[in-house]
Write a protein that binds this ligand. Structure first.
Ligand SMILES: Nc1ncnc2c1ncn2[C@@H]1O[C@H](COP(=O)(O)OP(=O)(O)OP(=O)(O)O)[C@@H](O)[C@H]1O
Ligand SMILES: [Mg+2]
Length: 468
């Protein structure tokens, strides 16, 4: 049997660091589902407003997943456009935490990848199943007494450095290689810091500053954390657990790829034999108590974009022993199932519908729209006058929540242009005039329909042509 590489420490950690750099996106204000211990949704919490029933239902699913009670189940979030389906799913992802895999996929993505639909779905399913692996690693933990970096002047020789570390019981001097010197300067390690060095990877983590030094630094910022100087040996063994997804293990062990492919995102197709071997090995680890399965969530947004082949593939996949929880979202009514001539609720075949728990999202009230807009203003660091908020809410009610949300950024630019600090009615009016909403656009199209191509107004209403 081959030796499996889990890529732990290298890929697992780095990926998480990457995902932390997310910019302000459509749902970046959502930080969880905003539920209390009894799973009741408060009117406004963790960036979510209203939609209490759907949030509670989502919370229940999250709790069942965390308790490891369900796998291989499917949940559908259904509702009109802009009613927060994707937002609720993002809330689920946040409240699941870092250790439970959550994979997000949009229905149409399956058709644009350079691999077959089923391969793409298999990868997504395997990304959504974590394997928690226990490992012992060796670390050095101590307070920095001194760090001395020498750069020989005028020569091309690389830097050398000496690091003195101590615990309450001992003190040792280490020679540092150039890679370690780099990590030390990246973390801005100075004497008085308490640090941990992972011996296997060379990763340096600052725990804080030693209490003994607290007096030298009373001018330092309030965010400095003070910790005790560690006791005992400098070198310690530490048990660490990591969660890596089955897909990550697949990629790392497939010969042509290697783990660098994980960062490029371009993993290509993976051979079935590799997956089979990995399943066997991981099951073995589980039996030996070295690993546990962590079934996560595969979220497929705009699921009506899938065709009948994808649906039946998913149906079958849910029955396998290693299946994640499938969460899907759709804003469609009764419509044609892609790849067939049959119509079905949400564009999903009945046999899959039959397995689904359905969560419904409802349109927002005026107060809720106002709250959501206020949260978005805060997220985008935009200040708005009360009159401005009122007008924007009115626009949100009469056009759509999304349109109103998108107006915030543009209005803020108008406001900055006239060198004001708070977005006011005039900025919103200008934005409203510059960017028309769907309603006005449609009206315009109706008025000038003869000037456009492919005109279908009055023609037989086909689902695909009529829906946005
Ligand atoms: N309850 C809510 N609290 C806070 N923000 C919300 C809420 N519902 C929706 N939003 C925000 O409003 C915008 C539109 O919502 P979202 O994209 O989730 O709608 P959707 O139901 O997925 O629509 P579609 O069917 O078009 O995909 C997003 O920016 C979302 O973050
Ligand atoms: Mg959506």
């Amino acid at each position: 049997m081959m030796e499996l590489d889990t890529g732990v420490n290298s890929s697992g950690q780095r990926e998480r660091e990457l995902s932390r750099m997310e910019r302000i996106g459509a749902h970046s204000h959502v930080r969880g589902l905003g539920l209390d211990d009894a799973l009741e949704a408060s009117e406004k919490a963790q960036g979510l407003v209203g939609q209490a029933k759907a949030r509670k239902a989502a919370g229940l699913i999250v709790r069942m997943i965390k308790e490891g009670k369900i796998a291989g189940r499917a949940v559908l979030i259904a509702g009109q456009p802009g009613t927060g389906k994707t937002a609720v799913a993002m809330g689920m992802s946040q409240s699941l935490g870092d250790d439970t895999p959550f994979t997000k996929l949009t229905g149409s993505e399956l058709f644009s990848l350079e691999m077959s639909k089923t391969e793409a779905l298999t990868q997504a399913l395997r990304r959504s199943i974590g394997v928690r692996i226990k490992e012992e690693t060796e670390i050095l933990e101590g307070e920095v007494v001194e760090i001395q970096i020498d750069k020989p002047l005028g020569t091309s020789e690389s830097k050398t450095a000496k690091l003195t570390l101590k615990t309450t019981d001992m003190e040792t001097v280490y020679d540092l290689g150039s890679k370690m010197i780099e990590s030390m300067s990246k973390e801005k390690v100075t004497s008085g810091d308490v640090i941990v060095i992972d011996k296997a990877t060379g990763k340096v983590t600052k725990l804080g500053r030693s209490f003994a030094r607290s007096r030298d630094y009373d001018a330092m910022s309030g965010s400095t954390r003070f910790v005790q100087c560690p006791e005992g040996e400098l070198q310690k063994r530490k048990e660490v657990t990591h969660v890596v997804s089955l897909h990550e293990i697949d990629v790392i062990n497939s010969r042509q790829q290697g783990f660098l492919a994980l960062f490029a995102g371009d993993t290509g197709e993976i051979k079935t034999e590799i997956r089979d071997q990995i399943d066997t090995k991981v099951t073995e680890w589980r039996e030996e108590g070295k690993a546990e399965f962590v079934p996560g969530v595969l979220f497929i947004d705009e699921v009506h974009m899938l065709d009948i082949e994808c649906f039946s593939f998913l149906n079958r996949a849910l029955e396998s022993t290693m299946a994640p929880v499938l969460v899907i979202a759709s804003n469609r009514g009764i419509t044609r199932i892609r790849g067939t001539n049959y119509r079905s609720p949400h564009g999903i075949p009945l046999d899959l519908l039959d397995r689904l728990l359905i969560i419904h999202t409802k349109p927002y009230t005026e107060t809720e729209i106002r709250e959501i807009l206020a949260i978005r203003c805060e997220e985008e660091d935009v200040q708005m006058t009360e009159d401005g908020e009122k007008l924007l809410t009115k626009i949100g009610v009469e056009t759509s929540l999304r349109y109103a949300i998108y107006m915030i950024t543009a209005a803020a630019l108008c406001c900055a242009k006239r060198k004001a600090t708070k977005v006011d009615i005039e900025d919103i009016k200008r934005t409203y005039a510059l960017f028309i909403d769907v309603g006005r656009s449609t009206q315009f199209l109706r008025e000038y329909q003869r000037d456009y191509m492919f005109n279908e107004i009055g023609a037989d209403k086909d689902d695909d042509a009529m829906q946005s």
